[in-house]
Design a protein around this ligand. Structure first.
Ligand code: M6R
Length: 575
């Protein structure tokens, strides 16, 4: 986690970095800071809290770095906030990731240094300063420094001379190339308003920026292509909405359609990979894992041997995934450490179903289908989830019909999203009022209703902080039913297939006093609230939208910030 921005150019660095950090706050918001260089020393402003704590006042200079933190090593304190400055004040550093051998480095190579923070990061500026004083060139100093670091990192550093360096291994780093200015950032959003040209650094690359930029690998200069990004700055702004999450929920009629417009050749290649695979494993984490699980069910309906497992667990069985198999890796960010780490362990080919263009997953996969949801800034995944479902559904449907026919069905579903919102608008409002004072909520569903229950449950708990759990409907009576008492909310997904059994599971809860929230084509007499879903072959896309809205509204009602739920960050780049 953590967001990094660096700037080198003709403008006021602090101002550009501050604006950039605001775009990256979704990556962490425990503390923030900016350092600028030149005139003639390094100046730092940092504090606990959101980016506002990193005031730009008094930070002159035309090169610098900034950081918004999601704490891993070291508590949330002023001293632990980035940037960290070397003891001779020659180098300031921001870092995303974990330096695993920082204790050894502190005790051995840097035993003479007085550390000011408890972070793993602080070893980096001290090492850089040491090597800059010992080596003839910046390139050699960075090579020496990187050689000593173990772990995962994306690092950007500014020297007191105004030159900058950046390097990455296991955490993302992108260079934005503008007219007379360069940006270094965790993703493209901080610089989209200035340039749409980006260079995606590869693991092991490092950058040196002075008059221009050079990319090195193992000490040798390498060429990395400059790519055009087709996201625009507008997509990454709130456009009049109170929160990004609200905007992203409402974008779904459009983003589901975009997801359905997959390139024919890409889909044919994806289909071929599935046909040629012995076993197909679908995987991801959090919300993406529920999409993966649905995807496996869609493929199984076509007679394909598809299994789903969350990436952090699949890693323990990686030896079972052979070179004859295929892994379909689902991820919004394409940077989730649990997923990337598992992929390193398996022999199989990898197909990515991913949103962020140029992400590590996208670059390292054998084939990729972009879900095309555009920047998703709210920490809670919404439009990326429905876009993932759309792509996975399309991928399964091409086994029974033409891509055009499969697409047409999804486009029709996208048209029904607004109808679903309108039909349920008042109920969602009433439900969020009702949820506000609840302590526990249970979600149940059978077959594909189970993934819907899990995702609706995750949305509600991550945003409202209400304790919520999801179960397969059939499992509920095997223990958890003991927790149901008068007025306990139980959300029950009543889908056509398996309706009778799902209905029985709901009745079992109702007869113990539960307040039933039913979800499906028709209301049942036991419902306290009913979420009405239009008849649709891709109903999963429609079923989740009211629960995204419920989670959003409950969060706002409880005075939380739905874009930045506590303790979370958008891309989880630590294991
Ligand atoms: O970027 P990814 O899709 O790989 O992220 C996976 C999860 O971290 C993510 O879906 C998380 O569960 C969200 N907070 C859910 O809203």
């Amino acid at each position: 986690m953590c967001g990094i921005v660096g700037y080198h150019g003709d403008g006021e660095a602090a101002e550009k970095i501050y604006r950039g950090l605001k775009k990256l706050e979704y990556r962490g918001y425990d503390s923030a800071g900016i350092a600028t260089a030149g005139n003639p020393t390094i100046k730092v402003s940092k504090g606990v809290g959101t980016v506002e704590e990193a005031s730009e006042t008094g930070l002159d200079g035309s090169s610098g770095i900034g950081h918004t933190r999601w704490a891993t090593h070291g508590g949330v304190t002023q001293d632990n906030a980035h940037p960290h400055v070397s003891h001779g004040e020659k180098v300031a550093v921001v870092h995303n990731g974990i330096i695993e051998n920082y204790r050894d480095l502190k005790e051995d190579t840097l035993s003479h240094v007085e550390f000011k923070s408890d972070t793993d990061t602080e070893v980096i500026p001290h090492l850089l300063e040491k090597h800059l004083s010992e080596e003839d060139t910046i390139r050699e100093a960075v090579t020496e420094t990187v050689d000593m670091l173990e772990g995962s990192y994306a690092v950007s550093a500014v020297l007191d001379t105004g030159e900058m360096v950046a390097f990455r291994k296991g955490s993302p780093l992108v260079l934005g190339v503008g007219e007379d200015e360069l940006f270094v950032a965790s993703d493209v959003t901080p610089f989209l308003e200035h340039t749409d040209t980006a260079v995606f650094l590869q693991d092991g690359d490092f950058l040196v920026i002075d008059d221009g930029y050079k990319v090195y690998r193992d000490g040798e200069k390498v060429n990395r292509p400059e790519k055009k990004i087709d996201w625009d700055a507008e997509q990454a702004s709130k456009e009049g909405h109170d929160h990004f999450m609200e905007k992203e929920i409402k974008e779904q009629p459009k983003t589901v359609k975009k997801a359905a417009y997959q390139d024919k050749t890409d889909m044919q290649e994806a289909k071929k990979m599935i046909e040629n695979a012995e076993d197909v494993y679908l995987t991801g984490c959090g919300t993406a894992s529920f999409a993966a699980s649905l995807g496996a069910k869609y493929l199984r309906e076509q007679g394909i041997q598809a299994k789903a497992e969350q990436s952090h667990e699949l890693e323990y069985r990686s030896q079972e995934v052979t070179e004859d198999d295929l892994v379909i890796a689902v991820s919004q960010s394409g940077e989730t450490a649990d997923l990337l780490s598992m992929l390193e362990e398996v022999q199989a080919d990898v197909m990515a179903v991913v949103n962020v263009v140029g992400s590590t997953l996208a670059r390292n996969s054998d084939h990729r289908l972009y879900v095309n949801a555009g920047p998703e800034i709210g920490v809670a995944s919404t439009k990326a989830f429905t876009a993932q479902i759309a792509v996975l559904r399309l991928l399964s449907k091409v086994f029974e019909k033409s891509l055009e026919d499969a697409r047409k069905e999804i486009l029709e579903t996208a048209e029904r999203i607004n109808e679903t919102i309108e039909k349920n608008r008042e109920t969602i409002e009433d439900m969020s009022r009702y949820m506000e004072d609840r302590e526990h909520v249970y979600f149940i569903g059978r077959n594909k209703g189970y993934e819907m229950a899990r995702e609706a449950n995750l949305k509600l708990k991550e945003l409202s902080y209400i304790h919520a759990e999801a179960f397969p409907g059939g499992e509920f009576k095997h223990g958890t039913l003991a927790l149901v008492e008068e007025g306990t909310p139980v959300v029950s997904f009543l889908k056509d297939r398996g309706f009778e059994h799902a209905y029985s599971n709901m009745k079992e809860a109702h007869s113990r006093g539960a307040d039933i929230i039913s979800v499906g084509k028709k209301s049942v007499e036991e419902s306290r609230f009913h979420i009405d879903i239009p008849d649709d072959p891709n109903s999963e896309i429609l079923e989740i939208v009211p629960f995204q809205m419920l989670a959003y509204k409950t969060s706002v009602r409880k005075g939380h910030n739905p874009d930045k739920p506590r303790n979370l960050a958008k891309s989880v780049t630590v294991k």
